[in-house]
Design a protein around this ligand. Structure first.
Ligand code: IMP
Ligand code: MG
Length: 174
């Protein structure tokens, strides 16, 4: 598999992102970091250990890609594992911004749940794919329009554990 972003480059960028994010919150703000399952889990665990802020963790599930399909379908939001976010400043994390549908919907949902503010951070942003206007507050790496896996990102639920971001070979059954 071709490596698009090596593991050490991810780690360095995560450290820098953590600094940018820390500086953006008012001192003493009550922060909850929300990860979009399942793709954000590795990013979340690495980032929070660099953030150096008192925070809580929450998880939400949003899935627009069913099974092997790489074309967005209907979006499902499951918030059964979400803690009470009323009165909290949220940092919403996702693995990748593709069309923008997922984060647009999840941000609206979190606001409806009573969050004071919602900042968004994506590890990757695919260039030329966005179908809805959405600007993340923080972004790790802009990437070309290729299907990528690793560091949380999957193809049919495989490859999430890879420590790097790789480009799925064309002959994989996408
Ligand atoms: P969006 O709603 O189109 O922005 O899609 C975001 C979601 O699609 C992400 O959370 C990923 O789960 C998935 N996704 C988009 N592109 C890729 C990719 O290249 N590899 C793996 N998952 C992807
Ligand atoms: Mg996924």
């Amino acid at each position: 598999m071709d490596v698009l972003i090596p593991a050490d480059a991810i780690q360095e960028r995560v450290r820098n992102l953590a600094e940018e994010i820390r500086e953006s919150f008012p001192p003493g703000a009550p922060i909850t970091v929300i990860g979009v399952l399942t793709g954000s889990i590795i990013f979340l665990t690495d980032l929070i250990r660099q953030l150096n802020l008192p925070l809580r963790i929450g998880l939400i599930q949003a899935s627009s890609y069913r099974g092997q399909a790489t074309v967005p379908g209907k979006l499902y939001i499951h918030d059964e594992m979400l803690p009470d976010v009323r009165g909290r400043h949220l940092l919403l994390l996702d693995d990748i911004l593709d069309t923008g549908q997922t984060l647009t919907r999840v941000v609206d949902h979190l606001r409806e749940c009573g969050a004071v503010s919602v900042r968004t951070c994506v590890l990757l942003r695919k260039i030329g794919r966005q179908s809805v206007p959405f600007e993340p507050d923080f972004c790790g790496f802009p990437i070309p329009d290729k299907f990528v896996v690793g560091y949380g990102l999957d193809f049919n639920d495989d490859y999430r554990h890879l420590p790097f971001i790789g480009i799925l070979p064309d002959d994989t059954n996408v």
